[in-house]
Design a protein around this ligand. Structure first.
Ligand code: ZN
Length: 349
């Protein structure tokens, strides 16, 4: 018996891997309300519908206060475990086998609400255990330096990222507004993390242009770039990224919602792809942008005009660009390829 699925249905069912998703940005309006109630915090809006509306951003400056309010509602190990478990349930629903999830622990300390570092990692690890046992999905952590906060933001994050390598942390990240915080001052933190065995994955080329991406590569030893889409503004950088096979973690809807580009139709994804850059597809902060990883793949087809062969390469690209040890990565790639053959139908095997 062979079954031929529509392209949309293939994308829904196919195995996926996600490299760029923020834990705190994946909290649903319903859970945010629950956490606010749990801790006696005034929520930004009273109902799920009103909150969803509140989350409709116009630009990056409007995005930050909402993000901080969500961060402020996450306080205990139980809170962290809950939001990780919810993320895992969502992963299972979309058939996302493996995710590298960005967490910004320093914000929780800086907000001074009594959260201790050990509670954060305990909650994350309890959530990761539930993700594996209840949903069969694998997660790893990227600890993110909030680049707009003063020291000890970078030192603190780097110290804990190194200390928690045996608890699922695979990389050091750098997030926030690049326009006012270039990468170079973080060179020392990234050098320290890399020599301790962590990978380097800063955000660059989102709210600032090519100089920020060059800085991420040269000063921070970036192995993947969070976003990177504004590399389109510099032909030399495009050549460098292509020749060095540096993966870009592209988040199309996020870029349109935060007005990096006026609309999805203006997004450089198809041009970058045709130029042979190493692209991956990601959702960034899905409930905040009313998207999912599945939706992002559907947009690659519907808006950017790519086909099934491209989609398959994008999924396999993501599996190859993970920071898993070689053997685990090879096993993930095999699972992804087998799953892709399955949704393709028997006649293509
Ligand atoms: Zn991001």
């Amino acid at each position: 018996m062979s079954e031929t699925l529509s392209l949309t249905e293939r994308i829904r069912r196919m195995p996926k891997v996600e490299l760029h998703i923020h834990l705190e940005g994946s909290v649903s309006p319903r859970t945010f309300l629950l956490l606010c109630e749990r801790h006696g915090i005034e929520p930004l809006a009273e109902t799920e519908e009103a909150l969803t509306e509140h989350f409709r951003f116009r630009d990056f400056s409007q995005f930050v206060p909402v993000y901080l309010a969500i961060q402020n509602s996450i306080r205990t190990a139980d809170d962290f475990a809950l939001i990780v478990e919810e993320l895992a349930a969502d992963r299972a629903k979309q058939n996302i086998l493996y995710s590298e999830v960005t967490v910004t622990p320093y914000i929780h300390i800086w907000q001074n609400k009594g959260t201790q570092p050990e509670e954060i990692i305990e909650g994350l690890e309890e959530g990761r255990r539930r993700a594996r046992e209840a949903y069969g999905v694998e997660l790893r952590w990227i600890l993110d330096i909030p680049r707009n906060l003063p020291e000890p933001s970078a030192t603190w994050t780097t110290d804990w990222a190194i200390a928690w390598q045996d608890r699922g942390v695979v990389a050091l990240g750098l997030g926030g507004n690049e326009a006012t915080a270039p990468p170079e001052p973080f060179a020392g933190a990234f050098a320290r993390a890399r020599s301790a065995g962590l990978h380097s994955v800063p955000h660059a080329g989102e709210t600032a242009g090519p100089a920020s991406v060059w800085g991420a590569i040269h000063a921070l030893g970036a192995e993947r770039i969070g976003h990177g889409v504004r590399a389109i503004e510099d032909p030399l950088l495009l050549t460098y990224l292509r020749d060095h096979r540096i993966p870009l973690e592209v988040n199309p809807t996020s870029n349109a919602r935060l007005k990096v580009y006026p609309s999805l139709e203006h997004h450089p994804f198809p041009h970058l792809w045709r130029m042979g850059l190493y692209l991956t597809v990601n959702s960034d902060d899905p409930p905040l942008f009313q998207t999912t990883l599945t939706d992002e793949y559907l947009r690659v087809v519907d808006t950017f005009g790519l086909g099934w062969e491209d989609i398959k390469r994008l999924v396999v690209n993501a599996a190859h660009a993970t920071f898993l040890p070689e053997e685990e990565k090879a096993a993930l790639v095999r699972r992804v390829e087998a799953g892709l053959r399955e949704v393709e139908g028997d006649e293509h095997v």
